[in-house]
Write a protein that binds this ligand. Sequence first.
Ligand code: HAM
Length: 427
Amino acid sequence: MSNKIQAIRGMNDVLPAESSRWQYLEHVLRALLGGHGYREIRFPVLEQTQLFKRSIGEVTDIVEKEMYTFEDRNGDSLTLRPEGTACCVRAAEQGGLLYNQTQKLWYMGPMYRHERPQKGRYRQFHQLGVEAFGMADADIEAELLLLCAEFWRAFGVEDLVQLELNSIGSSEDRARYGVALRDFLVPLRLQLDEDSQRRLESNVLRILDSKDPATQALLHDAPRLTAFIGDESRQRFDRLLTVLAEAGIPFRHNASLVRGLDYYNGMVFEWTTERLGAQATVCAGGRYDNLVRQLGGSPTPAVGFAMGLERLLLLLTDSARWPAGIDDCLDVYLALVGGGVQAQGLLLARQWRQALPTLRLLTHCGGGKYNAQLKKAYGSGARHALILEGDGPQSSIKLKALTSDEPATELRLADVVPRLRQLLQAH
Ligand code: HAM
């Protein structure tokens, strides 16, 4: 038996070969968010368990089955955040951002759910979350959906994702619907799966999320939420659909779309793809006008979404939509051949980087013969090698292209920076 310690199942390392892809995703997302005036908020990965129970809902898959909850040394019940909305509301409220103000915020980072791992579903995964507070009308809903569409365009995957949306009405609408759904299901109680039987008493709407085929078949003839939606929600939803149509964003109104978290009201949406098998939802969200008050703040309309970054990454990989050159991370490999050039090489590398701030130059460390160092230079992915060879005043510098067979050429020390500048510009 191996005594090597392995990572926790469903929690992945990102090795250097993949980290440039993550950086690219994060960079593009940050730039677009900044361009829309959204500001970053950061909060801890650990929160009091109560925060999630009160927001996501006690009778939901996340809270009942998926949270990483433990007691700390003081006996307090803490939970690794399974999502960011509740944390964002907690942090924004605590930081005084929500009182009589509008806010457009985003966050990015790991979330934790104890689900069964499979492609696109992990126990530690990463979300970009975007939350907008203090705006009650359809214009902010439309802006968020347009922002998502901008993300897809920037990554070149707009043809691979589809928008589905629905209005799930106000909490009063849903309470009336809950009564009707319960009346319909009570006589069928024994045909429901075990979870749904329990939810009949505790949170009847969650039965709609059941993955059990028999329960889903029974729901086929159940009353529909759409019939219970009040005029105000309906009108707001219609305004949103009009803006989307005007903006040329294709969508499907999916009347059976409900979300697995309790805090939503009004419009909810999901962007899905056919490229990722069962884990098809890349991005999802909706309005949650009651959550701030529920967590102790004053009534504040809110709407937001979160995107699963692993799923976006898989989608770009699956569809080969990564931009060319994204994995290149080096311009120059500096080889240092001969006993006396190590210190000189480190100092020269520093000067060159200072003169050319975008230069990505790796200095060889660890000695070795010319051929061995050049082999490493080829393996590094750099396009050029600089070879500093010799001893002190007798040292010489050569430049060698690593992407062609051209022989190395000798350079004067003073010519290195201008030559590197040319090479950087040419790329
Ligand atoms: P959610 O639907 O639970 O919503 O998650 C949002 C997205 O996170 C999913 O669509 C999916 O892309 C990704 N995701 C969820 N679970 C996993 C997993 N186990 N592995 C990989 N990716 C996963 C929320 O979290 C809400 N906080 C969204 C929101 C923000 N609503 C309003 N504001």
